[in-house]
Structure formats: structure tokens, C-alpha cells
Design a protein around this ligand. Sequence first.
Ligand SMILES: Nc1nc2c(ncn2[C@@H]2O[C@H](COP(=O)(O)OP(=O)(O)OP(=O)(O)O)[C@@H](O)[C@H]2O)c(=O)[nH]1
Ligand SMILES: [Mg+2]
Length: 332
Amino acid sequence: MFARCPDTYQTLNPGDTLSRTGRELLPGWTESVTHCVAMAGARASGKSLYMAVLIKQLELLARQRFQHVVVTPADSSTKQRYSEKYERPLYQEMKHMPPTPTSANVDAYQREPFIFNLGEWPAPDGVMRKNYLVIRDVAGEDLENPTVDPASMEFFQHADLVIMLFDPLKVPAIATYLAGLIPIQSGLGGNPEDVFRNLMRLLGSQRPQLALAVSKFDTLQTLDRLSDSNWKHIMGNLGAAFRRDNGFDYDPLSQQVLHLEVGSLLRLMDARSLINMVESEYRDAPYQYFAVSALGEAPRGENLSRKGIAPYRCLDPLLWYLSNHGVFVRSE
Ligand SMILES: Nc1nc2c(ncn2[C@@H]2O[C@H](COP(=O)(O)OP(=O)(O)OP(=O)(O)O)[C@@H](O)[C@H]2O)c(=O)[nH]1
Ligand SMILES: [Mg+2]
């Protein structure tokens, strides 16, 4: 069995037709392979925008590189919620999304998972099986709340991959440098260390694979416009892996370089206590650092850049996980 419950991310029995919360599973679900992902990060760290763009990028990757695969919403609820809450504001109205409502809210559209078809790929038993991406967006408000009931977010414990976003604009030194270079973003969320501590509380003794991604990386890239500072030298280094987009070519070796570079960047950003926490909590479990930008350029006020969205390295965290499971890997 390679499929898990899309609601709780927990195991199922062969032939089950209902999820653990009693919802009907898609036909043949227990014969398929699931990849269960959960987003994490403070308020306004960029989770929802990232998720919107991630799906678009996956669709593109499939269309451009894997002719036999079409990435589509797997059920009507995913189709409707994704298009209304994520795709439309971003790609049609070119506006920001409102903050994701806390899961205690009746309108919490993210309480149910989003399920996408990833096409057929050889499963660990060698059989070609349908693969699904099951992904959950979470309200930063819930993740910042140290009293949120772990039972209400139990899916974190059973996730295959947690993608936690780290907002560089929350770093005081960076914010000072950036003043004047990019429009000020209002309404930033809480401290990433507190979010990480709370995430560990929600995870209990479990350690799902963790992708810790510096989000809004476009803002850091503008630091090379400064006339004189350490940051100009660091971000102006065009040889650095984090200055190059890799298109869709995920490569484990260059990821390793990026991991080390982003690790030192985080140290320079004085995120040492976060790094120490990650390194000690994830001593025996896989984690990697990433750098992503959903927008590619800092937004001005309510509206997104008129040049459109130029996502940067958004697929890396997911491909780190999926490529280890033979999905979106070319058989040469
Ligand atoms: N410069 C830049 N800003 C971004 C990027 N992604 C998000 N932002 C900004 O961050 C704001 C918040 O993004 P969201 O995706 O709504 O944040 P969230 O983490 O889902 O927030 P909650 O739902 O409250 O937890 C956006 O309105 C943008 O202003 C990015 O790639 N680059
Ligand atoms: Mg959100």
C-alpha cells in the first residue's frame, strides 16, 4: 500500500473506500501512490501564493517535459477551491490573496486537502500506478498560535514533506537595507523561530522530511543594487547557485550546493537560533534549505507587478521529495 488518507495523512487498509474522516475516496485510491505535503510558516510568509504558483509550475513542468503526464485537480472540490481562492486572484485579478482563515473559521476553505493528479509512475513494487499530490495550505495564524490543539493539525505528523517558508523581510537588518529598494510590505507575520517551535510541538516525536525555504527571494536579490555593503557582495555574486534559476532542472548535486549556500545566508541573516533549532530537532531526519520566490518581483501595494509573475526555484522543495520517489524523473 502506497496510498494514505488524504484528510489525515494516516495509513489506510487495502480496498478502503472512505477516508479516516468518513469522506468518499476517489475510485481506486488505495491502489495509487500518494505524496502528502503540508505548508508551514508565519502569517504572510508567502505560503498561499507559493502554493498557487507551485501547482502552475507543476502543470508547466509536465507539459514541457513529460508528454504523457497532465497535472490536473483530482476532484471537483480541489478544482473549485484552487481556481477560486488561488488561481483567480493571482493570475486573473493580479491581486494578493487575503490571509488564509484560521481552521476554526467556518469559511476555512483549506481545511480539506487539495488533491492533484500527477500521472502514472512506477511504484516501489515496479507497477505503474496513479500518483496524487495531496497538499494542505495552513493559516499562519494557526501556526503562530502556541495553544492550537495538535489534534486539529495531526496531519503534520503523518506528512511526507513539510515545506516551511521563512520570510526574509522579518529579518531586521534586511528590512533596513531594503527600505527604499522595494515597496514596504505591510502586515508581516510572527517570528519564524516561534513558528518552528510550534511546528515541533505539533509534530510530537515525528520528523517528516522538512524543506525550509527562504521565501520572497526576489527581495534579497535586489540587495545587489546597494552601493556598498556586505550584502551587495553576497547577492551580487552571480556564480552562486542561489543567483541562478534552474528552470525545471532539479539536480541533487546543485541542490546540495544551494542547501549549503542558503544555510550560510541564513547565518548571515542572524537566523542562527532558527538554524540551531532545525539542526538539533532534525539531527536524525532529512532536511534541506531552499530559496524560492513565487512572484519574482516585489509587489506594489494591492497589485502585483505588471510584468507578471516570474516564479523562481519554486519547484525545488517538491522535486527534492518527488524525484526520490521516481516521480518527474526521466527514464533514460
Ligand atoms: N516580494 C515578494 N513578496 C511576496 C512573495 N510571495 C508573497 N509575497 C508577499 O507576501 C504577502 C503574503 O503572502 P501569502 O501567500 O498570502 O502569505 P501566507 O503565508 O499564505 O499568509 P497567511 O495565509 O496569513 O498565513 C503577499 O500578499 C505578498 O505581498 C514573493 O515571492 N515575493
Ligand atoms: Mg495563506
